[in-house]
Design a protein. Structure first.
Length: 242
């Protein structure tokens, strides 16, 4: 008999605990598990402000407006992530609820490698070789590429940038402008008084090796007098002075 009373007592305690938990859960869901604030942050490489932050804010706002209520557990965070990942220059978007009343949105931007002026419009070439319209607000200190005829040719210009980056003459960041022509390229180093003509094909690798040796053999005073270097001649650099 005592055993039955004990079991009934345990049952009542458990039932009461369940009722309390349901009540607390309902309160938490109604008051604590809701989103009333949004925190949006951006990660940019080398201060390249390329994401349209206002557009991101609008996408987040529209998503929240489309929800039936503000309960965090009923929101499809993945749907918002997918929408944000389709925006230009967004490399990765993460959306999560930080267990209070805040929806956290974190975006990492794609890194641009060069500016492209083509068809009287401005584009950015990404590290992955994608050609995207340049945001009007973007102020990025990158090499400017001109003379490219279409997006396919612009994407293939990554090969030239790779060769320049790998050379001992200078890195990609030391180039102010590259002009592409059918069988040659003309580029201008940053801070230099001269520009350079080189082959556009496989000979560009040897051209830049020759340029590196030429630079090493000249003093800053001698280089300052030069106005043009032509690397297309075998085993020599043809120079033009002022």
């Amino acid at each position: 008999m005592r055993k039955m009373r004990f079991i009934r007592s345990i049952g009542l305690v458990v039932a009461l605990g369940v009722l309390i938990w349901v009540a607390v859960g309902a309160q938490l869901n109604a008051h604590l598990w809701t989103i009333s604030d949004v925190q949006i942050s951006f990660e940019y490489p080398e201060n390249q402000l390329v994401i349209d932050e206002e557009r991101v804010s609008n996408v987040v706002h529209e998503f929240l407006q489309s929800q039936e209520d503000s309960a965090a557990l009923t929101m499809d965070m993945h749907l918002l992530e997918t929408s944000l990942n389709t925006l230009p220059y967004v490399a990765e978007a993460q959306v999560y609820w930080n267990l209070n009343d805040t929806l956290v949105v974190e975006l990492r931007a794609i890194q641009a490698r060069a500016k492209i002026h083509m068809d009287q419009s401005n584009y950015l070439l990404t590290l992955e070789g994608a050609v995207l319209p340049a945001p009007k607000f973007a102020q990025i200190d990158l090499p400017i590429c001109t003379g490219l005829l279409d997006s396919l040719e612009a994407a293939e210009s990554v090969k030239v940038l790779d060769i320049i980056e790998a050379s001992y003459a200078f890195s990609n960041s030391n180039i102010a402008q590259i002009h592409f022509e059918k069988d040659k390229i003309l580029f201008t180093p940053r801070g230099a008084n001269h520009n350079i003509t080189a082959n556009r094909d496989h000979r560009l690798v040897d051209d830049l090796k020759k340029l590196a040796a030429f630079y090493n053999a000249k003093s800053e005073e001698e280089l300052a007098e030069l106005r043009h270097l032509d690397l297309r001649f075998k085993k020599q650099v043809v120079t033009t002075v002022q």
